[in-house]
Design a protein around this ligand. Sequence first.
Ligand SMILES: [Zn+2]
Length: 194
Amino acid sequence: MKRRAMRLMATALVAGTALAPLAAAAPAQAYCGSNYTWAGSNLYMKIGSNVPSGWNNAIVASAGQWSNISGASWAILITSAAESMTLRYATPAGGFGGAPGVTTLAISGNTVVSGDVYLNPNWSWNLNGNLNQANRVADVRTITVHELGHELVLEHPNQCGPMSSAEIAAAMNPNYVQKWNVNSDDRAGAAFMK
Ligand SMILES: [Zn+2]
């Protein structure tokens, strides 16, 4: 069953409509995980055919941010076939709810079996780290890093309670600030999830 998992950068209220009963992340005041995880460690991501080719470097770099993290066994590998997830420059069935990006996950039991990242074709995109919610301007790498964290089934840290300073600075905290790199809190979350 295809389930909408998370939205990026919608209002906190919208983000709170995410499907899952969330496991309280431990320790408190750190990243927000979930009950779901992928069966394998290597996640193969295909870049959709209509994604502008000029974005490839930013997308590859985003995948690299979630790979080879100390204590985690994840790697997000770019592939042209046999994908477990696809990054699309297209609108998902449920729309974006005003967000620049959305991640969907197909879940069986507690296992994620596939996923997709959607980047909103109605936003203006750049590679320079410029983000402006009101003007619908987004930066490819910031949004992709964030959405790929959702692919690893991490939630927005504020969904597990008040945020620490590390959580505020985390890529998983959507606040329309350039965040090209995962930080200590994101890495701890990735290690917790796998
Ligand atoms: Zn998000």
